[in-house]
Design a protein around this ligand. Structure first.
Ligand SMILES: O=P(O)(O)OC[C@H]1O[C@H](O)[C@H](O)[C@@H](O)[C@@H]1O
Length: 613
């Protein structure tokens, strides 16, 4: 743990340091704009005032004065282009912030610049301070971690500056997983400066190398859409403040303390403890199990050395554990076919008992059994449901909307649980499970086919590593109770899951510039497409609309089903089809195509190809 302090120097020197030594780059000296608490109440545009004498730390102020923003130092950037508020709002991606952090990809201009990042971090600090205003006696602390992206260090530095502007104590974790960042708001361990009041994870999950983004946490969980909007609005005002001061050239020297903490060791030791406990307090409950991990060069490599090996597992053949933000081997994403092939091959090549794969920031995962069968998508949900329903008989399993009919039958008929098929989006699924519990319906698992899975017992946190821990618990406890020593125990648990012969997904793009949109939004256009499809289905006796459905149009027919819905983020209508044969899948696709063909802004070429027209 290193405490670093510094004085103001030119930012270009900082940039040079960053280039010279990534590891040491946070030992910068920086310009600093220590907003006092007043700055962090909702800013009122047009009432910015500058106070060259105010160096008060946030925690020491007790009185609030709304509407006036005090800044007393210069920006750390030499030339800050002015941007509109809308620029910030466009960075919102559901309950995350996402943007382009590396320049050079055609058609993808840089959006997450350092000043923008700094303003976003200051916006979060402002939001957090307002939430914690009743606890004004202490200086707030915020942990910052990142995945393996090549822009990580640059953004971590900018985030730290933004937080420091607000007088917030910055605790850097370096390479970390998203769930670990949330956990740092709950862990009580003063040696590691925990719990923190808030946490920022710098990640863009499985998106290409040039993207990056932020997820935010407090002890209440991940922030939701309205909070993100609030933070971006604050950031837009903060940005003005930075740019304004920059143009005036004012600078004030203050020091910044950055603590570095190896929190991933704390987080991993909790996972180790959970498996040991489940196995009856055995020190090495996985001794003899051969488990290979594919971290896809993301942040998940820790799972081998810090979780599996202390538990006694053999991990030889694990691959792509070293962080590499160019992702040279495959996209770190369990939904990606190449990624799943890679871990399946590793299981075969090493004759392993189990394969585990994580996405870049480890909030998602999937597994592969010793025969190479995937525990992914519906099969992962089925396996997790089997485990959770053993622990909580009759409980409700909340899933996303693209889950199969076979899964419902499995959960309800075989496992005796209740399947609540809700909407796509991990936050939607988690929030729905929390809501069900609040109205008296017991739900212990919220899980998406994407590999996001959250358990009530784990604070409703979608944690890919924790999901895998539940599988390891099962392996270890089965062997302890003499039920065998291989992943067959897991495979047997989902033996009765009926899987469709054909499962396909088409992502039908809406051309936002097409005249057929009549200057309306792609969402309105997508809704019209869905309405049209619904009307067509209603008049077709071979098709049956799902009685209960929370998203898009879900229809049964020809022994299978389809779901057409609006993407959460993109101008896209994803179409999922599952059917007992290719012929039946084509029939379903054909019906959808017929219903939507007059929507000329919708790219149905892939669907047309599939039906062979
Ligand atoms: O609606 P889509 O475009 O299919 O995207 C939906 C997905 O978006 C993100 O990746 C979220 O993290 C997932 O939770 C969600 O399922």
């Amino acid at each position: 743990m290193a405490a670093i302090s510094g004085k103001v120097v030119q930012h270009n020197l900082v940039a040079k340091c960053c280039q010279q030594d990534r590891e040491l780059s946070t030992k910068y000296r920086l310009h600093y704009c220590p907003l006092n608490r007043r700055n962090l109440l909702p800013p009122v545009v047009g009432k910015l005032a500058w106070n060259g004498n105010s160096t008060m730390q946030l925690g020491t102020l007790s009185k609030f004065k709304r509407g006036i923003v005090y800044c007393n130092a210069a920006s750390s950037f030499t030339a800050i282009p002015s941007v509109e508020k809308n620029y910030f709002l466009k960075l919102q991606n559901g309950s995350d912030i996402r943007g382009v952090a590396i320049d050079g990809v055609e058609g993808e201009p840089l959006t997450l610049t350092e000043p923008v990042t700094e303003a976003i971090a200051a916006g979060f600090a402002g939001w957090l301070l307002e939430k914690k205003k009743d606890d004004s006696s202490k200086c707030l602390r915020v942990s910052v971690g990142h995945d393996s992206r090549i822009s990580a260090q640059k953004l971590q530095d900018a985030v730290s500056r933004g937080l420091a502007r607000a007088g917030v104590e910055v605790i850097q974790y370096g390479l970390a997983s998203t769930p670990a960042m949330f956990n740092s708001t709950l862990t009580v361990n003063e040696e590691f400066s925990c719990p923190v009041d808030g946490s920022i994870m710098i990640t863009a999950s499985h998106l290409p190398y040039n993207r990056n983004g932020f997820k935010f946490f407090t002890s209440a969980g991940g922030l939701g859409k309205p909070d993100i909007k609030d933070i971006l609005e604050r950031a837009a005002d903060m940005y003005k403040c930075i740019a304004n001061n920059d143009s005036k050239g004012g600078q004030t020297a203050v020091s910044l303390t950055v603590k570095r903490v190896d929190y991933m060791s704390v987080y991993a030791s909790n996972l180790v403890a959970a498996v040991r406990k489940a196995a009856g307090n055995i020190e090495k409950p996985l001794e003899g199990f051969h488990i290979v991990v594919d971290a896809g060069n993301g942040a998940g490599g820790f799972f081998v050395g810090k979780v599996l090996e202390p538990l006694g597992a053999i991990t030889s053949g694990s691959q792509f554990l070293e962080p590499d933000g160019l992702f040279p081997n495959h996209i770190p994403n369990p939904e990606d076919k190449t990624a799943m092939k890679a871990i399946t091959k590793a299981v075969h090549d090493n004759r392993a008992d189990l394969g585990i794969i994580f996405d870049t920031d480890v909030d998602r995962s999937a597994a592969v059994d010793s025969s190479g069968r995937e525990f992914n998508r519906n099969r992962l949900i089925a396996l997790m449901s089997a485990i959770i329903l053993e622990e909580h008989p009759g409980t409700t399993i909340v899933s996303d909307s693209v889950t199969s009919d076979g899964l419902t039958t499995f959960i309800e008929k075989k496992l005796g649980g209740k399947h609540h098929r809700f909407k796509r989006g991990y936050k939607n699924v988690i929030d729905e499970a929390i809501r069900l519990n609040s109205v008296g319906e017991a739900a212990h698992l919220a899980i998406e086919t994407s590999g996001h899975g959250a358990l009530k017992e784990n604070h409703w946190l979608d944690d890919g590593a924790y999901l895998m821990v539940k599988l390891l618990n099962k392996l270890a406890s089965a062997r302890t109770s003499g039920l065998g020593g291989s992943s067959k125990v897991l495979t047997d648990m989902v033996e009765d899951l009926k899987e469709p012969a054909v499962a396909v997904e088409f992502r039908l793009k809406i051309d936002q510039n097409h005249s057929d949109l009549k200057a309306g939004s792609f969402r309105d256009y997508g809704e019209e497409v869905l309405k049209q499809l619904e009307n067509t289905v209603d008049s077709d006796t071979k098709l049956l609309k799902a009685a209960v459905n929370y998203e898009g149009v879900r229809v049964s027919g020809y022994g299978g089903w389809f779901l057409l819905r609006l993407s959460l983020h993109d101008p896209v209508l994803p179409l999922n089809i599952e059917a007992p044969s290719n012929e039946d899948a084509v029939k379903l696709a054909h019906d959808v195509l017929n219903a939507v063909k007059e929507f000329t802004a919708l790219d149905t070429s892939a669907l047309t190809k599939f039906v062979g027209v």
